[in-house]
Design a protein around this ligand. Structure first.
Ligand code: ADP
Ligand code: MG
Length: 447
């Protein structure tokens, strides 16, 4: 490596990358990059704008490290010169306009899922609060909670609520300019508008909105430059009392975003959407079955809801599969039919033997996290809590010594296990939902 000039390194990198990416990708993102210095210690690359740099680092940081000298952390030692401000008129440095397929959302019709309305959203203790907050926002946009930040695990109805707000506003506040977009969509918009030099048009569009609904803000993490643009849009809107609603898989404080962005998102109302309890799951199943014209007795609905408990999307998937089977076979949805068709979807396959693995598996699936997280050290609130539940169950269900249980959790001390056990025991006395959930996990583990 030492004998090579950085220019040679760059040429080799380019030769390699050409084989790795598509022709369009190469033309749009790689070709505009130029090497500007070629002494052996300093590599300097000229990029047309920050997005190209972002793109290069996002996608090829490791590859660059294989071709260029690296720093102590193994990162490629490359400096970037951004051409944007100095040479806006340099045509060749700006990637070509987007293809038809990548058309900006400004020209796209806003897509709201027609089933995701308030009428089709079933309430229960886990989502009552957030549903009424969402209705408040939909009824009086910009005047109740702003921003409204909805967070919770996958498949729990975040997108459903976001679109429900959208539908309501579309129907009752016809004059308001509204955009409902995923974070990916926003980023794509930004990139496309940058490429086609219509960034000002895009800024005007977003900043002229009355309502902005943004799904899955977690995708803004580690996208520094996009984050800044989003934050500017956000502030411009909030300062004019325009309504913003954001969904996320984590609360603001746990997102890897700038303090500025986090603080802005915490300005209004931050509300959590939890896993629905058994009765709510049954009600959701029955509502969806009605919609699909599938007959479901309450016994069968309970049977399914008892086995599939950690997200509504799975419940819906189960129902679709059951519906298709019953239609094809001209059969009623009996418990036996359910077991035959859905058996493999049920969350814990009964083997009759309680083990630490079974406990971890069950708790991990209940909270939608990885078993390795339960064994690991993460202090993230949801993971730490799930881990305490797993410790509680291990102490309750396994005859093993505390040392042995501690080892299964990556070598935790006795005191940690006892603390977790006491905490969960106390909390279960106060929290009906938690008690039921643990009971259900326990049944699953013991069956
Ligand atoms: P998320 O965005 O949180 O991952 P979605 O909003 O996509 O979840 O919801 C997944 C599926 O579950 C959707 O089909 C949605 O209609 C349904 N769903 C979730 N919660 C409810 C609820 N409370 N009532 C009715 N359907 C729900
Ligand atoms: Mg979603």
């Amino acid at each position: 490596m030492l004998t090579k000039t950085t220019k040679e390194c760059w040429e080799e990198f380019i030769a390699f990358i050409k084989k790795e990416c598509s022709r369009a990708e190469y033309a749009n993102w790689i070709a505009p990059i130029k090497i500007v210095e070629s002494d052996n210690d300093n590599t300097s690359l000229k990029v047309p704008n920050v997005f190209v740099r972002e793109y290069l680092l996002d996608n090829y940081k490791e590859t660059l490290a294989q071709f260029f000298p690296t720093d102590a952390k193994g990162m490629p030692k490359i400096a970037f010169v951004i051409e944007e401000k100095r040479a806006k008129s340099v045509k060749s440095a700006i990637p070509p306009p987007p293809s038809q397929k990548e058309k900006s959302s400004l020209e796209r019709e806003m897509q709201l899922n027609e089933n995701y309305t308030f009428d089709h959203f079933i309430e229960g203790p886990s989502n009552q609060f957030i549903k009424s907050a969402a209705m408040g926002v939909a009824t009086r946009p910009g005047k109740s909670y702003n921003p409204l930040f909805i967070h919770g695990g996958v498949g729990l109805g975040k997108t459903h609520l976001l679109h429900a707000i959208g539908h309501h506003i579309k129907k009752h506040h016809k004059k308001l300019r509204m955009q409902c977009i995923t974070t990916e969509g926003f980023i794509n918009d930004l990139v496309n508008n940058l490429r086609s030099k219509s960034i000002d048009k895009m800024k005007r569009f977003y900043r002229g909105l009355d309502v902005l609904l943004v799904d899955d803000i977690q995708f803004l993490q580690d996208r520094l430059n996009f984050e800044e643009e989003f934050c500017n849009t956000f502030e411009a809107l909030i300062n004019q009392n325009k309504q913003i609603v954001i969904t996320s898989d984590k609360p603001p404080g746990q997102l890897k975003l700038s303090q500025r962005m986090i603080a802005r998102m915490e300005w209004g109302l931050v509300a959590h959407i939890g896993t629905p309890d058994l009765e709510t799951r049954v009600a959701i199943l029955q509502h969806k079955a009605d919609q699909k014209g599938l007959k479901l007795t309450s016994k069968v609905a309970f049977f399914i809801a008892e086995h599939i408990y950690n997200n509504v999307r799975q419940l819906e998937g189960a129902l679709n599969r059951l519906g298709a089977y019953c239609r094809l076979m001209h059969m009623e949805a009996t418990e036996e039919v359910v077991e035959n068709t859905l058996g493999e979807m049920f969350q814990v396959i009964p083997t009759g033997k309680v083990s630490i693995d079974r406990i971890l598996q069950s708790v991990a699936s209940m909270y939608n996290i990885r078993e390795s997280d339960l064994r690991g050290q993460s202090r993230e609130k949801e993971i730490a809590f799930a881990r305490q539940i797993a410790m509680y169950l291990a102490k309750e269900l396994l005859g093993d010594s505390l040392t042995k249980i501690g080892l299964a959790f990556g070598g935790k001390a006795h005191s940690t296990l006892i603390y977790a056990w006491k905490k969960i025991t106390t909390q279960m006395k106060k929290d009906e939902n938690l008690r039921r959930r643990i009971q259900m996990a326990r049944q699953n583990i013991e069956t």
